[in-house]
Design a binder for this molecule. Structure first.
Ligand code: FEO
Length: 131
């Protein structure tokens, strides 16, 4: 069973571009999780890089839309994004340096972050950024 499953009522922001990117994030988290379950270090590294690249792209997209619409929650939102990017890049660096492995606890951290951030922090921008 996939680690992250899209539930429209729970995760939809009603902004198509963001919802589609969130779905892509879920796919990449699930792909990484599969590699973790299979304990394939090369695959884990590739999928980790693939996920972090898309996280950065997604955050840039949201922040650009917020800037364009003059969304008042931009600065607080950006702080949340910056914190996760720093955590992810630290994990990436340590993983590639052979100083840590990606295990179930890491995947739980990522899942919990998304499970909080999308419904609680992202969803409120829906009316301001709507299609
Ligand atoms: Fe969809 Fe604010 O990340």
């Amino acid at each position: 069973m996939s680690l992250m499953q899209w539930v429209e009522e729970k995760y939809s922001t009603n902004v198509d571009l963001c919802d589609n990117q969130h779905k892509e994030l879920f796919d990449r988290v699930n792909a990484l999780n599969d590699a973790v379950v299979n304990r394939d270090r090369v695959d884990i590294g590739n999928r980790l890089d693939n996920l972090v690249d898309f996280v950065v792209k997604h955050f840039e997209t949201e922040e650009r839309l917020m800037e364009e619409r003059g969304y008042s929650g931009l600065e607080r939102h950006r702080q949340e994004h910056d914190l996760l990017v720093k955590t992810c890049t630290d994990i990436q660096d340590k993983f590639h340096a052979g100083e840590m492995d990606i295990e179930e606890a890491t995947m739980t951290y990522i899942k919990n972050w998304l499970d909080h951030h999308i419904p609680i922090i992202d969803k409120p921008y829906g009316p301001a950024l709507g299609n």
